[in-house]
Design a protein around this ligand. Structure first.
Ligand code: GDP
Ligand code: MN
Length: 386
């Protein structure tokens, strides 16, 4: 689950990680009030969306006066901000963060992420932070310092020395930097994060170390342990179809293609997407209704996919085990009748009572195309969209 920068900074404060003073604002007046409440100018007005690269897209502006703060807030709030991370359609800005401007001496990069291969947390940092870290990672990977930290042992002195000397940090900031990294690691583990990124982490003219930006992604699978963090969810930032799918406990991710697909089991879903591609078509989504799916879940899945305007055909690929093929077929017919099919639907199923299931589909009088196996299903889908 993604959260906003101001929420991530709220978390940072709870762990005594230094961040600029600031307030979230939902209107221009609130933003001006927030600016006036800070200790003088400049202040920074920052768009709050679930994507980075805001600075380059015009979503982060420095204001030298109250008038300027109002101008920036007015321009940014309600704008559709396009950044390299939002895609071409951009993201509507509905919240602002107004912060005290900082006297930046240097911009560093610092992030923590899960490394599945070594089952550890990677701490990654770089002396040259700021806006172009992706580019730097490609051109000068040697400038990026990484250490692997065991989640059970935690950050040790040698990890910190490796980072500090790797970066060549001046004496004056080493202690603060070490404290910040240790606290950040504690936050990362305690909150079940999948990513924490500070870009830039700044060194100020008076040798303080401050998180100027904050990105925190929480592992959704760990959220049941953190009911308070769940309050950070902002569904306005999420794909509406994905929000609805999550309400019905469906694993659904919206993609760019035109073949919708519903599959029970994540592995089968991956294989199905491969087959759609192999047949020369592109999947419009990933949807795993789960190994123990009910007919009702398939119905909800079909409803969500058919609402997606780019979908030109649907492939349903079900292995009938816990969910028997006849029960599944009845569910599909019921759903298709209720929703009304506006695109061809190819159904491939296998398993318990498959003959009975096929009979139900074939006699339904609906635009349901049954396939004998996966290859056949792929060919029929390709024909349907081309
Ligand atoms: P991002 O573009 O979405 O990653 O947003 P950031 O929060 O990283 O802001 C982008 C850039 O704005 C930073 O890299 C800084 O250079 C600049 N910036 C942000 N806050 C301040 C500030 O308080 N003072 C100054 N001078 N620049 C700032
Ligand atoms: Mn940033």
């Amino acid at each position: 689950m993604k959260i906003h920068e101001y929420q991530a900074k709220e978390l940072f404060r709870q762990y005594s990680i230094p961040v600029p003073e600031g307030t979230v604002a939902l209107s221009v007046d609130e933003a001006v009030e927030a600016a006036c409440g800070l200790n003088g100018y400049p202040v920074v007005v920052k768009a709050q969306i679930h994507a980075g690269g805001r600075g380059k897209g015009g979503g982060v502006k420095l204001a030298g006066s109250e008038t300027e703060a109002r101008q920036h807030a007015d321009a940014i709030l309600g704008m559709t901000l396009i950044t390299p991370q939002t895609g071409a359609e951009g993201q509507l800005v509905q919240r602002l963060l107004v912060e005290a401007g900082q006297n930046i001496k240097e911009e560093l990069y610092l992030s923590l992420l899960v490394d599945r291969e070594t089952a550890s947390v990677i701490i990654m940092c770089c002396r040259e932070g700021g806006m172009d870290i992706e580019e730097l990672a490609e051109m000068n990977p040697e400038k990026i310092i990484t250490v692997n930290v065991s989640p059970s042992l935690g950050v040790q002195g040698y990890h910190l020395r490796e980072l500090i000397f790797g970066l060549g940090l001046p004496k004056e900031v080493r202690k603060e930097f070490s404290e910040l990294v240790s606290k950040l690691f504690t936050l990362f583990v305690e909150c079940d994060c999948s990513l924490v990124e500070i870009n830039p982490l700044i060194l100020t003219a008076d040798d303080r170390v401050i998180a100027l930006d904050a990105k925190v992604d929480l592992d959704s699978n760990g959220l049941f342990r953190h009911p308070t963090l769940l309050n950070y969810r902002d569904t306005a930032e999420e794909d509406p179809l994905e929000v609805e799918a999550s309400v019905h406990n469906l694993n659904y991710i919206n993609l760019d293609g035109n073949v919708g697909n519903i599959v029970n089991g994540a592995g089968l879903a991956m294989a199905t997407m491969d087959i759609i591609k192999q047949a020369g078509a592109e999947p419009a989504n990933f949807m795993d209704v789960g190994g123990g799916a009910t007919a009702e879940m398939v119905e909800n899945g079909l409803r969500i996919i058919l609402r997606d305007q780019k979908v030109k055909a649907v492939l349903i690929n079900i292995f009938g085990g816990i969910l028997r093929c006849d029960v599944f077929a009845e569910g599909v017919v019921k759903a298709a009748t209720a929703i009304g099919l506006n695109v061809p639907v190819v159904v491939r199923m296998e398993g318990t009572n498959v003959e009975e299931g096929k009979r139900i589909l074939n006699e339904s009088g609906l635009n349901l195309i049954t396939a004998v196996d996966l290859q056949d299903a792929a060919a029929k889908i390709a024909e349907a969209v081309n």
